[in-house]
Design a binder for this molecule. Sequence first.
Ligand SMILES: [Zn+2]
Length: 164
Amino acid sequence: MVDRKSFDLDSYTERIQNSPCFICEMIAGRLEGNHVIYQDDAFIAFLNKYPVLYGYVLVAPIKHKEHVTGDFTVDEYLALQHAIYRTAEAVRKSVETERVYILSLGSQQGNRHVHWHIAPLPHDVPFKNQQLEALGVENGVLDIPDHEMQELAKLIRQNMDLTV
Ligand SMILES: [Zn+2]
């Protein structure tokens, strides 16, 4: 059981709306405490810096695209879905999960670079606390030490290498 720490939504909002695209920054090597799992010419997979679930991963295209379908050809979109499949399977092999959630959110007011959330719901969460309830930050985020985040990224990376 991982403890939670409070999440300051106001300062996060201020930061995300007034900083360069954090995904492009990460791709350029400015990690700002993020943990990259995998990166190639097409996509990057990295741990959610503010995880509400253990093993919460984000996947994004390398190119700064914004619209979840509109900025992709169908072939580009399907290639990215293959990457998301591989990543989700690696997450499933790396952490205990009853069900893996996959969704794309983002905002034209701050989180513009399109990305997919791969969020593994643990076992035995009551129904009323599942789905969108499981993804909110009202109760804070998981307080996972940096070295453990590194290990988690490494484990998921190893499992990705086994998934085609
Ligand atoms: Zn970007």
